[in-house]
Design a protein around this ligand. Structure first.
Ligand SMILES: [Zn+2]
Length: 406
């Protein structure tokens, strides 16, 4: 069985390479904006029954224009505009998927220099790792901060800039031995705001709440940025400082999440979580920051693909399963269980238990009831142990853009 994984390394480009990177990022941004503009125009002029455009058509069109209108594009690899247009296609697909599911969504927007992340990608040509260096098309050997060792076939290399640092992320197709499900027994996981995750065996993964502790720093840096004059060197420095602060916060969050999800997927044959309505919860202004801090949506996304890697099974309890209101001992269901009540006290059997632990115990109980079958029907959320290779590849692929192995 093969799985797709992302491997990320920090680059140490020299001055010439940095200049070339900036050029690549410029071409990627230009191609995205050009394609978006064309799409918007086509959409306005679209007659009924007329087909909309796609990445392949747009790339063909851009290739024709390139010769006469944009000859400077030849200075960088031909992959770069092509991948930028593909990304736009993916952004449109995400938009319509969200719209069709009845969620709020925003159409793709134009990229502004200095405002959005600089990023560009390669899919063909000389892409490989050579220990302390990596090789990219048209650029050649670039130093990496730590030795880059990859096993498997490289599908794509994406270079991104964070403040003044450059990173490369490889999407790699790796061969893994067909794993049998880990020996550990089923575990219920209650996700929450006060603790990131409470397990039915009593373990707790604490929530680090990075942006709460760094909130004041972010505010100070944001103010500093807005005091600087537009276009000045000091403004660029301030912008880099702010971007670094955000990045640092993200690292703390990502690290905590990856550690928790890896532990779970590696050590338990079956993991039962609740089907949280994360988007609905974020709309609640009192909870929004706390939930974004913990990354509840990301928790589930990581569990999904890691369970596939380690051969464990992820079961999602139905949205309205009363995991918090139900007594884990006698099954009594309370009418009300406000968020402020941190302890579950059962009126029926007298059980007194931590609120989150009670919920986790209820979730683990799901695995042995008929609810399980209902969950298994939701193919995308509860992957079967041996799905078809084709469909699985696609799902794992979809997880790649942010899926950095921790
Ligand atoms: Zn009870």
């Amino acid at each position: 069985m093969t799985v797709n994984r992302a491997r990320r390394f920090e680059l140490k480009p020299n001055n010439v390479q940095q200049t070339h990177f900036a050029k690549c990022a410029g071409v990627a941004r230009f191609a995205w904006n050009w394609a978006l503009d064309e799409r918007q125009r086509l959409y306005r002029e679209k007659q009924d029954n007329e087909r909309f455009t796609n990445a392949i058509e747009q790339h063909r069109h851009l290739n024709v224009l390139k010769k006469t209108e944009f000859p400077w594009m030849y200075e960088v690899s031909k992959c770069i505009p092509q991948e930028a247009i593909r990304n736009l296609d993916a952004a449109y697909a995400l938009y319509s998927r969200a719209r069709n599911a009845g969620r709020k969504a925003r159409l793709p927007r134009f990229k502004k220099k200095g405002r959005s992340h600089d990023a560009f990608a390669f899919t063909t040509g000389a892409i490989r790792t050579e220990g302390t260096h990596i090789v990219l098309p048209r650029i050649g050997r670039i130093r990496v901060k730590e030795p880059a060792v990859l096993t498997g076939r490289i599908l794509r290399a994406t270079v991104t800039r964070v403040a003044d640092r450059w990173f490369v992320s490889f999407a790699v197709e790796e061969e893994v031995v067909n794993r049998t499900s880990p020996a550990g027994c089923a575990v219920g996981v209650d996700l929450g705001v006060s603790h990131m995750a409470t397990l039915s065996d009593g373990r707790v993964f604490e929530n680090l709440r990075p942006s709460r502790s760094s909130y004041r720093k972010l505010r100070r840096l944001a103010k500093e940025l807005h005091r600087r004059n537009r276009g000045s060197n000091n403004r660029k420095k301030s912008a880099d400082k702010l971007a670094k602060a955000y990045w640092h916060i993200g690292n703390i969050r990502r690290d905590a999440l990856h550690k928790a999800t890896t532990q779970l997927a590696k050590n338990h044959g079956e993991i039962i979580i609740e089907d949280l309505n994360v988007q609905g919860m974020v709309r609640n202004r009192n909870l929004a920051r706390a939930i974004s801090d913990v990354g509840l949506g990301e928790f589930r996304r990581q569990l999904e693909y890691k369970c596939r890697w380690y051969g464990s099974r992820l079961v999602v309890a139905p949205r309205f399963y009363p995991s918090t209101k139900r007594c884990s001992s006698c099954g009594h269901v309370k009418d009300e269980m406000p968020l402020s009540e941190r302890t579950y006290e059962c009126e029926s059997c007298g059980l007194v238990l931590d609120r989150d632990l009670n919920a986790a115990l209820n979730l683990v109980a799901v695995s042995s009831t008929e609810t399980l079958n209902a969950c298994e029907d939701m193919a995308s959320t509860a992957p079967a142990r041996a799905p078809r290779a084709g469909s699985m590849k696609q799902e794992v692929n979809a997880a790649i853009p942010h899926g950095i192995d921790g």
